[in-house]
Ligand binder design. Structure first.
Ligand SMILES: [Zn+2]
Length: 309
């Protein structure tokens, strides 16, 4: 058994209160912001693309209203500045506003000063438009990994109280496979932080991603149902996410690598049904309304990170 595994066993949430509270989040970005196309879409040319983010986000707002579910919307600062009415509509629907960076760059490719500047710009934009504080952060492409864990200190410094960017799986672009899988509370040098990892379930000694984004869209429904059930049996809240472009079969097609296109364009027309089915498996709400931050267990994230590296 490796050291990291010992830590995760010590932490393992067997003793956590069972909960049926689940979180639904939306990463509010356009189809041309997706990391899969970052090699063919230049950031400085974003304004040249036909935007679909308003129409798609409004469709999600309608579905959520019909199901009487509040969600957390992590808005890209670039989107907030261009579509302030959309930001206000989200807040008016009783949903929580969070921050999804300004330029959708991978944190581990930024230095701390660039990250601070990008994050502050996005947070300020959203807060000024909505006239309410933004407490939650979701990293572009889950790019809080071991070598970018310094980001937490900056998030606390900028006034964030929680983050939901750790994906405890192995993946080519992101992932912190040994991280705790349940929400946890920790101290950074600039203040306290709560982390809500994206949901995984255990099978044959491995963590598997379930219920969010491409996993919900591309994998068969029985996989999602089984994974969500297993995670709930462990006492984990479901933390799921969706992107507005994932429900849009009419979005303009971009050139790009074959694998990127395959991943991005598959099942766009069935995703909204999938999403609604998922929301009907439990009692979903926003991070803010879930109260889950209060029951998060203390975990010395910095000591753990030093210990394993
Ligand atoms: Zn994103």
């Amino acid at each position: 058994m490796g050291d990291a595994e010992l830590w995760s066993q010590w932490f393992y949430p067997g003793e956590m209160p069972k909960t049926d509270r689940s979180i639904v989040s939306v990463d509010v970005e356009d189809y041309f912001h997706a990391e899969s196309f970052s090699d063919v879409v230049e950031r400085q040319l974003w304004d040249n693309y036909t935007s679909r983010v308003e129409v798609n986000t409004r469709r999600l707002l309608e579905v959520l209203a019909r199901l009487n579910v509040h969600a957390t919307f992590f808005v890209l600062g670039w989107v907030a500045e261009r579509f302030p009415a959309l930001v206000r509509e989200i807040a008016a629907g009783g949903h929580e506003l969070g921050c999804h960076s300004y330029w959708h760059r991978l944190i581990y490719k930024l230095d701390p000063a660039e990250f601070r500047e990008d994050t502050r710009r996005a947070k300020d934009a959203i807060e000024q438009i909505a006239s309410e504080p933004v407490g939650g952060y979701r990293a572009p492409t889950y790019s809080v990994v071991d070598r970018s864990a310094w980001a937490f200190e900056i998030l606390a410094e900028l006034g964030f109280t929680y983050d939901s960017s750790i994906f405890p799986i192995r993946h080519d672009r992101y992932g912190m496979p040994d991280a705790p899988r349940a929400p946890f509370h920790f101290q950074t040098p600039s203040g306290p932080m709560t982390e809500f990892p994206i949901t995984t379930f255990r099978l044959a000694g491995h963590n598997f991603p379930v219920g969010g984004g491409g996993y919900l869209r591309l994998l068969p429904w029985f996989y999602t149902r089984m994974g969500v059930q297993r995670a709930r049996q462990e006492g984990l809240p479901i933390v799921t996410y969706i992107h507005p472009w994932e429900i849009d079969p009419e979005q303009p097609r971009l050139a790009g690598r074959f694998t990127s296109r395959l991943r991005h364009y598959t099942n766009l027309s069935s995703m909204l049904d999938r999403f609604q089915s998922l929301l009907q498996t439990g009692s979903f709400t926003s991070f803010r309304e879930s109260g889950l931050a209060d029951s998060a267990k203390d975990f010395d994230f910095y000591a753990w990170n030093r210990f394993k590296n």
